[in-house]
Structure formats: C-alpha cells, structure tokens
Design a binder for this molecule. Structure first.
Ligand code: HEM
Length: 176
C-alpha cells in the first residue's frame, strides 16, 4: 500500500501539482469556502427543521432554498479534495483523520438523503406552522455535530501523527 502511494506521488501529474505554487493553495481555498457554504446551508435547514428559527417558512421551502447550495458545495469539496489527494497521496490516504472524516461524511450523507426524501414525501413538511417532530430535532442536532467533527478531522489531517501517535500509519513512516 505504502509503495503504491509512493509510486502515485511520483507520477508526473502528482509531481506537477505538488510542486506548483498555485494548485494546492487554490484547492485549499475553494475547499474552505465550500465548507462555509455547506455548513451554513445545513445549519439553516437544521434550525428550521428543529423549530429554532425561520418560523413562517415551511421546512420544504427552506430545503428548496438551501439544499442545492449544500449539494453544490459538497461537489466542490469532493472535487478539490480529490485534487489535494492526488497532489499528496501519502499525507492524505495514510491519515487516520482522513478516513474517520470519510466514514462520518458517508453517514451524514445517508442521514441527510433520508431526511430530504421525507420532506418531499410528507405533506406536514409543506406546512408553515407544522408541529416540530422530536425525532427530526434529534436528527438535525446529530447532523450538525457530525459536520463539526468532519471539520475537525479535515484540519487534523495535517497533524495526524501528532494527534493519533502510533495509530497513524504516518508515524511509522517518520520513524523510518
Ligand atoms: C468527498 C469529500 C471530501 C474530500 C475528498 C476531502 C478531502 C480533503 C483533503 C485531501 C484535505 C487536505 C488535508 C490536508 O492535507 O491538510 C481536506 C481538508 C479539509 N477538509 Fe475536506 N474533503 C471532503 C469533504 C469535506 C467536508 C464535507 C468538510 C466539512 C464540511 C471538509 C472539511 C475539511 C477541512 C476543515 C479541511 C482543512 C482545511 C485546511 O485547513 O486547509 N472536507 N479535505
């Protein structure tokens, strides 16, 4: 696995991206801006769904307004994330934080897709002053907590051996 990643990091494309003064910083900047947009969009939907804000607008209207922003940001995150991986495959793919982040992201996408299907299907979500469902409030809070942990894990990738110690395969590379 490590040999494969070393070979991948030595391909002309990976070397060109890793040594360019623009590719990694530009991708990181777009990644960070997309995090802001996805977090705010999901937060607004979660606040409306859990009854904390936006009374007077239905959950369905709130979703119609903000969910597209969240999906576009997710696409940009995936795209810029893949470029960052190609530029530095060892740093990313051997990081424990990276894999925790990916598993939590998959869980978040499943929870969110189920919620969006429910909003489309059930008439109660089209009501402006519909009652707040406690299950929905719990789901909204869990989704926000997951996103916050994903953000921490994204930042932790850079410090993986310091944070996870011997649990991080990168520690073994440093130890030689
Ligand atoms: C498929 C989707 C994603 C992929 C492939 C991906 C991949 C990456 C990669 C490779 C890095 C660079 C880490 C480093 O070298 O230091 C990164 C950074 C980061 N990611 Fe993602 N990511 C994705 C989605 C997300 C999402 C959904 C969030 C949070 C909402 C997120 C939050 C972060 C954060 C906070 C950083 C650190 C940014 C920095 O300090 O420069 N990522 N991500």
């Amino acid at each position: 696995m490590v040999d494969l990643l070393i070979n991948l990091s030595q391909t002309p494309l990976a070397l060109a991206m890793a040594t360019s003064p623009w590719v990694v910083p530009t991708m990181q900047s777009i990644h960070i801006m997309s995090i802001a947009v996805i977090f705010i969009s999901v937060l607004l939907i979660a606040m409306r769904a859990s009854g904390y804000a936006w009374a007077g607008v239905s959950v369905r209207q709130t979703v119609a307004r903000f969910a597209p922003w969240a999906w576009v940001s997710l696409a940009l995150l995936a795209l810029t994330g893949i470029v960052l991986i190609l530029a530095e495959p060892i740093r990313e793919l051997l990081a424990v934080s990276f894999w925790i982040k990916m598993v939590l992201l998959a869980v978040t996408i499943v929870i969110s897709t189920r919620f969006l299907r429910g909003v489309k299907r059930e008439a109660a979500y089209a009501e402006v002053d519909g009652p707040v469902n406690p299950g929905l409030r719990r789901n909204a809070i869990v989704t926000i907590i997951l996103l916050v942990i994903i953000i921490f894990m994204g930042r932790f990738i850079a410090y993986d051996p310091l944070i996870w110690g011997p649990l991080s395969p990168i520690s073994a590379i440093y130890a030689g």
